[in-house]
Design a protein around this ligand. Structure first.
Ligand code: ATP
Ligand code: MG
Ligand code: MG
Length: 545
């Protein structure tokens, strides 16, 4: 990797650092526990965990928990769950709040050095000072007075929003972040990890570099919007004579059509547009898992995207392709008839049931064979029958023959209508000799016993949550008006392969290819006897065999 600025450390600091790490690479992944991890975080993890792994080093999972009012236990839990799910193993799990005592000591040290001051200006006034490069009227308070006031702030003598601790750098600096950033602010909110011990909390700019240094991070990787904060990161560590990690920035990742904003996902959940933060259409890691993504596919996608400093808006098709590539050799094939059309074989005995072998994988014979029942009543997709045949059509039509994959050939002899004129079922003739090679083969499922239908299931097909060209992360007014009405298509009366008789074969997140339909995953709302499948991704070639 290319590091933009090497940290300058004294010999003594380097010695100390080397002793702590044993000369090994050390990185950290520092999510704020105020939301669920998403595909962008996967890129960040891939870089931080990935780099350390390559170099034989170690990685911290660090909860960056300095905004107590926004943080909740479910986020802590789900972050860890998804880090492990993606296949990363933190050597340590820490909290920024673990270091609150040490950070407080750092603040006192700074005040004593004349490098921090208590400021009672309003939020607006501080912003104006920083914008206009004017000093705060509180900038020259004495060290003794500042120490006393900071102690008062810690004890809760001031109201929230009435006082802050600011570092004293340079109000004329061209980098706005160097114009005396805020180090501590008051929040009378209990903290999810350290309870009500503190009513003052360090800011990102104050805490991040200190914890990176205390944890002896060698390479601190973050997204590009933090580049502007690098000067102050180094300034603070230098002011406190602390070890300085190398900072490296990379671009944020987004995927076309993906909604990553926590606030917007929540808005759609509250309006029942989506089922939750793990809805298969949302690109949280939990959503991708529920959609049927594998950790391997996500990691290989991130690797593919690489470590660029250019803005990354990656087409969703690339993510989908990484899933197909991963699943192709891995998962079994099975049959599913999503929208069944009933067929009666007029020349097949009513009480006979055959078992026909079907390979579980077209290439990997070691994946075995399953037996498909074949009988007088069977089901095909409604979309595999047309009243009007034509040259480019490979399915079934009146007086046309079609092959049943791993089965026999059938010819449609009669279309039976319902009283309303719609199709009720077809009467077909079966040719058990398979003497002719039909133009196309279709998937099917037969009654396993006379009068008993195949296993019922629900199948959900997904499309982009938003219409093409919409910008869901942008203007919030466009959020609902640009929703794709067909982002979820449900098939409530589908039939599925007999392998699902076996409870072992219907575990949540198990993946299959349903022949001709795509890759599918068992949804987390599934129960034995009430199976739900999500389509993860279509097959590349979506046509008859
Ligand atoms: P968000 O606002 O989307 O939740 P964030 O910037 O608040 O993201 P954290 O949740 O604190 O970030 O994320 C932890 C790490 O993940 C940070 O280092 C951050 O830079 C990185 N990260 C967050 N979003 C992305 C993204 N879209 N692409 C790459 N890295 C990201
Ligand atoms: Mg976040
Ligand atoms: Mg953040």
């Amino acid at each position: 990797a290319r590091f933009l600025e090497s940290a300058v450390n004294s010999e003594a600091l380097l010695e100390q650092h080397k002793e702590a790490t044993g000369g090994k690479v050390r990185t950290r992944f520092p999510p704020e526990p105020n939301g669920f991890l998403h595909i962008g975080h996967a890129k960040a993890m891939n870089l931080s965990f990935g780099y350390a792994q390559e170099e034989g080093g170690d990685t911290y999972l660090r909860y960056d928990d300095t905004n107590p009012e926004k943080e909740e236990q479910i986020y802590f839990d789900s972050i860890k769950e998804m880090v492990l799910w993606l296949g990363f193993t933190p050597k340590w799990v820490t909290y920024t709040s673990d270091y609150f005592d040490q950070m407080y000591e750092c603040a006192i040290k700074l005040i004593k050095k004349g490098l921090a001051y208590m400021d009672f200006s309003t939020k607006e006034a501080i912003k104006a000072q920083r914008d206009n490069r004017t000093d705060s009227p509180y900038r020259n308070t004495s060290v003794e007075e500042n120490l006393k006031l900071f102690e008062h702030m810690r004890r809760g003598y001031f109201e929230e929003g009435k006082a802050v601790l600011r570092v004293k750098i340079d109000m004329q600096h061209d980098n706005p972040n160097m114009r005396d950033f805020i180090a501590y602010r008051i929040k009378y909110a209990p903290h999810p990890h350290v309870g009500d011990k503190w009513c003052i909390y360090p800011s990102y700019d104050f805490s991040h570099c200190l914890v990176d240094s205390m944890e002896n991070i060698t390479h601190s990787l973050c997204t590009l919007e933090f580049e502007i904060r690098r000067d102050s990161y180094y300034w603070l560590l230098q002011a406190l004579d602390m070890y300085r990690p190398k900072v490296y920035e990379f671009s944020r990742l987004n995927v076309t059509g993906a909604l990553l904003s926590k606030r917007k996902i929540l808005a759609l959940k509250n309006k029942n547009v989506i089922r939750g933060f793990d809805d298969p259409r949302v690109m949280t890691l939990a959503g991708l898992r529920r959609r049927g993504y594998t950790p391997e596919a996500i990691r290989s996608f991130c690797k593919d995207v690489g470590v660029t400093r250019n803005a990354n808006q990656i087409p969703n098709e690339r993510l989908e392709q990484s899933l197909r590539t991963d699943l192709d050799g891995k998962v079994d094939r099975a049959f599913c008839v999503t929208d069944p059309l009933r067929i009666e074989l007029i020349n097949y005995p009513a009480d006979k049931v055959e078992s026909l072998p079907a390979p579980n994988h077209p290439v990997h014979a070691d994946r075995g064979t399953r037996m498909l029942p074949f009988s007088k009543i069977l089901y095909i997709e409604k979309s595999d029958f047309r009243l009007q045949d034509d040259k480019t059509y490979y399915g079934l039509a009146p007086n046309k023959e079609v092959g049943l994959r791993f089965g026999y050939n059938i010819t449609c002899k009669e279309v039976v209508n319902k009283p309303d004129g719609s199709i009720s079922h077809l009467l077909c003739e079966v040719d058990l000799t398979k003497s002719r090679k039909p133009k196309g083969h279709i998937h099917w499922l037969a009654q396993p016993r006379p009068g008993v239908d195949p296993i019922k299931c629900k199948v959900f097909f997904y499309d982009d949550l938003f219409v093409k060209g919409a910008n869901p992360e942008g203007d919030s007014g466009a959020l609902e008006s640009s929703l794709n009405p067909d982002s979820l298509v449900e098939y409530p009366n589908a039939f599925v392969d007999p392998i699902f008789h076996d409870a072992e074969k219907s575990k949540v997140f198990e993946k299959y290819q349903f022949e001709r339909l795509g890759y599918f995953v068992v949804d987390s709302d599934s129960k034995q006897g009430d199976l739900i499948f999500n389509r993860s991704v279509s097959l590349k070639v979506d046509k008859l065999l």
